[in-house]
Design a protein around this ligand. Structure first.
Ligand SMILES: *Cc1c(COP(=O)(O)O)cnc(C)c1O
Length: 402
């Protein structure tokens, strides 16, 4: 049985489900089961990445569902298997968690400006640092635990793996709680991950004598957890999945579940005749008389124009094609093939399950040439999120830091 949860702060006024034009159903129980699968496969506690509003699914409901502790709330059973920490990318994201009373460990994996460090301290987060001056500034602020970011080939953030010797002294004086790196192509199954691991191993070897023996090593994102057939080299203590929690990218290897269902209602219907066009730019012409349904979902909701003339939706249990250009608020479907026809008020599913049919996030992204990350994160807040929990028992797997 589906139990709707109390909504978090609505950005747009909420209306009755019956009158909603478009909405995103988020299955929190599926997210929890995905977290358990990722944790079981990694054999490690998680830093659950909830940046970018939990990849568009809603950060606060997700951290609650994953068992994060909140001030003034008694610790529930589910907390035993809660992630070790939650990963954010900005101070605002951390502030959102703290303002809601979340007392979990929070790791910010994006570099911060020096002047942001006092706010980071006030928010009681663990920053990712890698410059001597910021490490010393953090220490002077008595900031507490921090993690050393090592660049082993992503060339995005962190100290280069072959330059960590320059941090030897500062790391010895201000020891980090953790050391981590990030893979650039773990999903490709090429040799790059092994090369990055070798770089990481060398960096850890160089810093070894200066690091506390308790230092927490972490590197695996979702794709690396899925790809891994041998234990992490060097041995890791934590894993940092993001997209896998939300049921994309590493879905088959880990048997992850679909977590989001994007739905919208049919708001208009018409026939168009041979040669007539549909939508902006007239990029689709009816080959013969066609039944066209207008659905209240557009690129203003995150249904990107990449779906124009390419995407599909499930309507009355059948797949029907998007015809013409996706506009800001509406998209048209060719529903001529629906034997029983179609009516205003019908619900079309653009991502997710509808009865026997399913459009997984990965399949949808691939079919329109988008990354599943962008597809999820691009779902706009104009689409209200509806949260569902299906069960209390999540079949939790316990994992402790080795
Ligand atoms: C986003 C991010 C992750 C999660 O990656 P996924 O591919 O979503 O699993 C892990 N670590 C860092 C540093 C990140 O920025």
């Amino acid at each position: 049985m589906l139990r709707p949860l109390a909504p978090s702060e609505p950005i747009y006024p909420r209306r009755q489900a019956e009158s909603l034009r478009a909405w995103l159903e988020v299955d929190l129980d599926a997210i929890r089961r995905n977290a358990n699968r990722l944790q079981a496969r990694a054999g490690l506690p998680l830093v659950a990445m909830v940046k970018a509003d939990a990849y568009g699914t809603g950060m606060l409901p997700v951290v609650r569902a994953l068992g994060a502790p909140f001030r003034g709330e008694s610790v529930s059973v589910s907390n035993d298997s809660a992630p070790w920490a939650f990963g954010v990318a900005t101070l605002d994201e951390a502030a959102t968690l703290r303002q809601a009373g979340c007392t979990a460990r929070v790791l910010c994996t994006t570099p911060l400006a020096l002047r942001e460090l006092s706010d980071a301290r006030a928010l009681d987060i663990r920053p990712a640092l890698h410059r001597a001056e910021e490490i010393m500034a953090w220490s002077a602020l008595k900031g507490g635990a921090w993690h050393l970011a090592v660049d082993t080939g992503m060339a995005r953030a962190g100290i280069r793996w072959d330059e960590v010797d320059t941090l030897d002294l500062v790391v010895r004086e201000h020891p980090p709680e953790g050391v981590f790196t990030h893979f650039h192509s773990a999903d490709l199954g090429d040799d790059s991950r092994l090369l990055q691991e070798q770089h990481f191993t060398k960096a850890l070897h160089v810093l070894g004598p200066s690091l506390p023996t308790s230092v927490l090593v972490h590197c695996d994102n979702s794709a690396a957890i899925a790809a891994r057939t041998t234990p992490t080299v060097p041995p890791a203590h934590l894993a940092r999945p993001g997209i896998g929690l939300y049921g994309a990218v590493a879905t088959e290897a880990l048997q992850l579940e679909q977590t989001v269902h994007l739905r919208a209602r049919v708001v208009d219907l018409r026939d168009v005749h041979a040669g007539e066009s549909v939508s902006y730019g007239a990029h689709w012409h009816a080959p013969d008389t066609r039944r066209i349904a207008t659905v209240a979902l557009g690129h203003g909701d995150g249904l990107r124009q990449a779906f124009s003339n390419r995407g599909v939706a499930i309507l009355r249990g059948q797949r029907v094609p998007i015809v013409g250009t996706v506009s800001m608020d509406m998209t048209m479907l060719d529903v001529s093939t629906l034997a029983a026809g179609c009516a205003i008020g019908d619900v079309a599913t653009f991502i997710g399950r509808d009865h026997e049919q399913s459009l997984t996030t990965d399949a949808v992204a691939q079919s329109v040439g988008l990354s599943p990350y962008e597809l999820l994160v691009g779902l706009r807040l104009r689409v209200p999120r509806h949260y569902y929990e299906t069960a209390v028992d999540s079949g939790a797997v316990d994992a402790t830091i080795p």
